[in-house]
Write a protein that binds this ligand. Structure first.
Ligand code: FES
Length: 106
């Protein structure tokens, strides 16, 4: 479990990149928190720098879109999903639970 930031530092519509290996992006999508691998499965763009719309994030490089709930791309050019990770909030601190640690890689 990795502490990410205070909840107040991740307002709705924002994302934060966690420098794990590989890096992970944590999003606040209208109050719901999601985490996916930060690196787009098409090339190497950082999805935390993409555009958030509802539960979808659009890659800043070639505009593939990923569903934050499943990690699956919803349009080309990305074809492969990114991993999803669990996010919890304890004492107003956002925590990341790596899929690899939990054995729940999507
Ligand atoms: S790097 Fe994300 S769509 Fe190309």
């Amino acid at each position: 479990m990795i502490p990410v930031c205070r909840l107040e530092d991740l307002p709705a519509g924002e994302a934060v990149r966690v420098e794990t290996s590989p890096p992970i992006a944590v999003f606040n999508a209208d109050g719901e928190l999601y985490a996916i691998d930060d690196t787009c499965s098409h090339q190497d763009a950082s999805l935390s720098e993409g555009w958030l719309e509802g539960c979808l994030v659009e890659c800043p490089l070639h505009a593939a879109s990923f569903d934050l709930r499943t990690g699956r791309p919803t349009c080309l050019p990305a074809r492969r999903p990114v991993r999803t990770h669990r996010v919890t909030v304890e004492d107003d601190v956002v925590h990341l639970h790596l899929a690899a640690e939990e054995g729940t890689a999507a």
